[in-house]
Design a binder for this molecule. Structure first.
Ligand code: COA
Length: 323
């Protein structure tokens, strides 16, 4: 019987400091009405200095392990999707390994911007299916507040900080055949790199870098590419939209999410939405939304969940998972 990657637990962490649209409007030329009408965002959480990608990712991972009924000894790989690591190296994943008390296996960071979690899930699934890993933590952890240009009202109102994690475990035998990761599909188009990027990095002493975005172009591509990703996932599995119990989309803009829900013919109550409260937490957004909907009982064992994300690169992709 083939090995499947069973999603056995999820967790999340949000910084303590909640920042409303009105609070931002007191500092920059924007308004609660503009932000809500264009994006659906009402608030976001912003990290304190100690709330780093490692700090938040560790907490999300601990919760995912606890919800899976697992511990450090069950982990043999850690993959962290992040564009905002604490250090150029060691990787955030390796720092988290130490924090969790995991003493074997390996870990690495993965750079795919807002698609980092979906990319990580795909890599983890491949490793589990080929027998190269048995228990993989896939984490998205981001502190975009540190790479935003706080004078650019067109971007700084859109993002928040946070971390989300899932624990994938190899499953064999009775009961696992129809559960777990059914498929993942990844895409990138480097020629679109200049519509959403960070204009510097640790490799540039002169330019630490802040986020730059052509919002209209990103919006246009997001709707087209994500619709394509959804259709690809359904057709690869011989499914129709009627088979999907939950859509857990990347949380960038409520209007993009609603367009995807309409396209799938899913009623709004079958689409998990956190963008109103979390804003766009990049690679953390999908696992945070998934963790929330699992914790409050909306998503149940046996449900078929379609996840999708798009981010700088452009990168985009989907994952279809039976919980
Ligand atoms: N507050 C008030 N006004 C703002 C503003 C803000 N925070 N940001 C921009 N504006 C203004 C602009 O200056 C512009 O004014 P003008 O008409 O006088 O020139 C006006 O609002 C319209 O700006 P525009 O950029 O055309 O708005 P939009 O309808 O395209 O919405 C986004 C902007 C960013 C909300 C939208 O393009 C978007 O969501 N894009 C996708 C972003 C995304 O998903 N990114 C992450 C992908 S991982």
């Amino acid at each position: 019987m083939p090995i499947r990657s069973i999603l056995s637990g999820a967790g999340g962490y949000l910084p303590e400091r909640l920042v409303s649209n009105d609070e931002l409007a007191a500092q920059i030329d924007t308004s609660d009405t503009w932000i809500r009408e264009r994006t659906g965002i009402r608030q976001r959480y912003l990290a304190a200095p100690h709330e780093t990608a490692c700090f938040m990712g560790t907490r999300a991972a601990r919760e995912a392990l606890a919800n899976a009924g697992a511990g450090p000894d069950d982990v043999d790989a850690i993959i962290v999707g992040t564009s905002t690591p604490d250090q150029a190296f060691p990787a955030t994943a390796v720092r988290i390994q130490a924090e969790l008390g995991v003493t074997r296996g390996f870990g690495f960071d993965l750079s795919a911007a807002c698609s980092g979690f979906i990319y990580g899930l795909s890599v983890a699934d491949s490793m589990i299916r080929t027998g190269n890993a048995h228990g993989v933590l896939v984490i998205g952890s981001e502190v975009y507040s540190r790479i935003l240009d706080w004078k650019d009202r067109a971007t700084c109102v859109l993002f928040g900080d946070g971390a989300g994690a899932v624990f994938l475990q190899a499953g064999e035998g009775y009961g696992s055949a129809d559960r777990g990761v059914l498929s993942t599909h990844l895409h990138a188009q480097g020629t679109l790199g200049d519509i959403l990027y960070v204009n510097g990095s640790v490799g540039r002493r002169d330019l630490p870098g802040t986020l730059v975005m052509n919002g209209k172009e990103v919006f246009r591509h997001a709707v087209i590419r994500l619709a394509g990703a959804v259709e690809e996932a359904l057709s690869a599995n011989g499914l129709t939209t009627a088979d999907i119990d939950w859509l857990v989309p990347h949380q960038a803009n409520l209007r993009i999410i609603e367009a995807m829900g309409r396209r799938l013919g899913l009623p709004a109550e079958r689409v998990v939405i956190t963008v109103d409260r979390h804003a766009n937490t990049s690679a953390a957004s999908v696992p945070l939304a998934l963790a929330e909907a699992l914790a409050d009982g909306r998503i149940k064992s046996g449900d078929l969940v379609l996840m999708e994300a798009l981010g700088g690169g452009l990168t985009w992709g989907s994952a279809l998972v039976r919980i």
